[in-house]
Design a protein around this ligand. Structure first.
Ligand SMILES: [Zn+2]
Length: 148
C-alpha cells in the first residue's frame, strides 16, 4: 500500500500557475468552484492507495488532490486528468460509464491539451486556452444579443 497525507501547497511560482490551470479548465469543463489540495507521501498517512498516484479527486467531484513533490508538468497533467473525473462525476457517469472508459477519457483529455514542460511555455499555453475560452463566450454572447 502507498500512503499519503494532506500537506501545505507548493511555493510560488508553482502554486499560482496550478491554481490558474485549475480555474481555466474548470470553466472549460463547465464546473463550479473546485477545491485544490496537495498531498505528499507519508508512511503514516491515512490516505491509502494500492499504487503510486499523482493525484485523485474527491468522491463528490468537488475537490482535487495533487501530489506536491512531482514535476510541475506532471502536476498540471494531473490537474487536467482529475478535473475531467470531476466533470464525469458532475454528469453522473460514475453510475453509467465503466471505470475503464472513464479512465481512458481522462487520459485522452490530458493528451488533447498536452501541457508543455517548461514553465514559460506553460504560461503561453494557458494564455492561448484562456483566449479561446473568452472568444467562445464572446461568440455565444453576440449570437444571443444580435442573433444570426
Ligand atoms: Zn484517473
Amino acid at each position: 500500500m502507498h500512503h499519503y497525507s494532506i500537506t501545505n501547497a507548493p511555493n510560488s511560482p508553482t502554486l499560482p500557475l496550478i491554481v490558474r490551470v485549475k480555474n481555466v479548465f474548470s470553466v472549460l469543463l463547465g464546473l463550479r468552484e473546485i477545491g485544490l489540495h496537495f498531498i505528499r507521501e507519508d508512511p503514516n498517512g491515512a490516505i491509502e492507495f494500492d499504487r503510486n498516484i499523482f493525484g485523485y479527486c474527491s468522491i463528490n467531484g468537488k475537490a482535487i488532490f495533487i501530489h506536491r513533490d512531482v514535476h510541475l508538468h506532471q502536476q498540471i497533467r494531473t490537474v487536467l486528468h482529475e478535473l475531467k473525473h470531476c466533470s464525469q462525476i458532475a454528469m453522473g457517469q460514475q453510475y453509467s460509464v465503466s471505470e475503464a472508459t472513464r479512465e481512458r477519457d481522462a487520459n485522452l483529455f490530458e493528451l488533447e491539451y498536452s501541457p508543455p514542460c517548461d514553465p514559460q511555455a506553460i504560461e503561453r499555453w494557458l494564455a492561448r486556452i484562456e483566449r479561446t475560452l473568452v472568444e467562445v463566450v464572446r461568440e455565444n454572447y453576440e449570437r444571443r444579443i444580435f442573433g444570426n
